[in-house]
Design a protein around this ligand. Sequence first.
Ligand code: SF4
Ligand code: F3S
Ligand code: FES
Length: 252
Amino acid sequence: MTTVMEQPAAEVGAVKSFTATLIIRRFDPETDAEPRWQDFDVEVYATDRILDALHKIKWEQDGTLTFRRSCAHGICGSDAMRINGRNRLACKTLIKDLDITQPIYIEAIKGLPLEKDLIVDMEPFFESFRSVNPFLMASTAPEKGKERVQSVAERERFDDTTKCILCAACTSSCPVFWTDGQYFGPAAIVNAHRFIFDSRDEGSQVRLDILNDKEGVWRCRTTFNCSEACPRGIQVTQAIAEVKQAILRGKP
Ligand code: SF4
Ligand code: F3S
Ligand code: FES
């Protein structure tokens, strides 16, 4: 009897590779005055991710192609980019989920300074993140050997916003942020939300005061681009609305 394991790959082979065209917006600050688009034909499988295709191009065709990635599994948040006009993580975007009859357009996320090819300067993004005090603020330490007690319901209150991986897909898809780089942006508000509604935290009012600023939550126009862009499925616009309500109430 012939088992599947014993068959040659071609006989088993339901999976076929094909040539996809990736059109990538390139920019080298040392040689280019402006970004330019460059086509690459690359052999891929439908189940490959965009990150796999970028690696193939870099390893086999053009070693100068520059992009960030680390975990390759949707955890580190380093490979957000615009794929066919939408912010996505390259490591979470399967080629079969795109229209493979058409070229795939890839460019850096918008609204942050372009450094090289698919890499932007993330410092303005992290500056906003840091400015909302994204850490537990408490005046007392827990009793030795004890934890800070929290009920299941209290923990659920901010569960959604704990999922953020700081990829910037939300902030760099926000039209307000594109026109006003001073706006804190949705990711900073999400990370403020994570602590504002944490029953163990004592710094909520400080954060609400920071976000009750002309560049704070009131700049949000409820466009929902951020919620649609978030690879973690966080209800970003809802979180922003909850922070607005907390400011109006004067408490979380
Ligand atoms: Fe990324 Fe979502 Fe966090 Fe925004 S809220 S930085 S899109 S994980
Ligand atoms: Fe921008 Fe999201 Fe508000 S896209 S306008 S922060 S709902
Ligand atoms: Fe880490 Fe994609 S490489 S999230």
